[in-house]
Design a protein around this ligand. Structure first.
Ligand code: GUN
Length: 287
């Protein structure tokens, strides 16, 4: 079987992070201040603990200040709204991120709506979603932005290509569609209720899997030569332990033109784009 090219998100993200760190150093030397990112984590979700830890380490490694707020699962909406108000007012905080998912008693939409849109480095506030959808300058959600960078790096101009996105979440699927539309792709958003999902995916020049189901996209869903971006990070049992797999059956995708591996594909790009958004928010405050 032919071998699909591996799209090395880890290496691309390392390059981005090095450029961001150099810029942070230059800004600190020139202005005597540095970007600050506040991350709010509520409860003990194991995957969120890992992601928040990785975000903290990357923030510090890039020379930025990291303000972590790890709160118990019982924390009330009022306490969180107060905290967000304080972070909005804090001049040392340029980016605010509330890690999702939140415990069921909390209203995530209301919390996101309370974040100052200029500090919304996740790009989840309706103001930023609306700006992105109407072609205005926006904070863009980190995971789809990272996917776009990998696609543009691998394919160059995306004009006229058919992109099929499997998954319609506010975090990935919908903003991914907006970004690819702005890049002149023909865009189809598919989801669990779509008819003939496999056949639909086979029409894709660019196939983006963002459903959160281990290896759901099979090899025969992929058109030969297509570029496949696997957003999934799923932990599955493996012998006595576990291992990470994506939403695409990687071993069946040898006929793709290129594919992102899991891990080492999209995951590192999400964090690099978070640093980039934090730097952007900081620069706008300096200007
Ligand atoms: N949970 C999964 N992905 C994300 C993300 O990009 N941002 C936040 N805040 N929570 C998430």
């Amino acid at each position: 079987m032919t071998q699909a090219q591996r799209i090395d998100g880890k290496a691309f993200a390392a390059g981005m992070t090095a450029r961001i760190a150099a810029e942070v150093t230059a800004l600190r030397d020139a202005a005597g201040v540095e970007p600050g990112l506040a991350v709010v984590l509520v409860g003990q979700d194991p995957a969120s603990q890992v992601y928040v830890g990785a975000k903290h380490r990357a923030t510090v490694a890039a020379g930025m200040r990291s303000f972590e707020h790890r709160l118990p699962a019982e924390t009330s909406q009022t306490v969180l709204l107060d905290l967000i108000g304080q972070l909005n007012a804090d001049p040392n905080v340029h980016g605010i991120l509330v890690q999702l998912p939140l415990p069921a008693h909390l209203d995530a939409s209301a919390l996101i709506a309370a974040i100052d849109p200029s500090k919304d480095v996740d790009g989840f506030h309706v103001i930023n979603a609306g700006r992105l959808a109407t072609g205005q300058d926006a904070m863009v959600p980190c995971t789809p932005l990272g996917c776009l960078f990998l696609l543009q790096d691998h394919l160059g101009d995306l004009s006229g290509l058919h992109a099929v996105i499997v998954g319609r979440s506010n975090i990935v699927g919908k903003p991914m569609a907006q970004l690819l539309l702005a890049a002149n792709c023909t865009v189809t958003i598919a989801h669990s209720k779509s008819r003939n999902l496999a056949a639909l995916c086979r029409t894709a020049d660019i196939l983006i899997a963002a459903v959160g189901r281990p290896e759901m996209v099979r090899g025969d869903w992929i058109k030969p030569g297509a570029t496949v971006i696997d957003v999934g990070i799923n932990r599955i049992p493996d012998g006595d332990g576990t291992r990470l797999v994506g939403d695409v059956a990687f071993a069946e995708a040898g006929h793709a033109g290129a594919i992102t591996p899991v891990p080492g594909g999209v995951g590192p790009m999400t964090i690099a784009c978070l640093l980039q958004n934090t730097l952007t928010a900081f620069r706008r405050k300096l200007a």
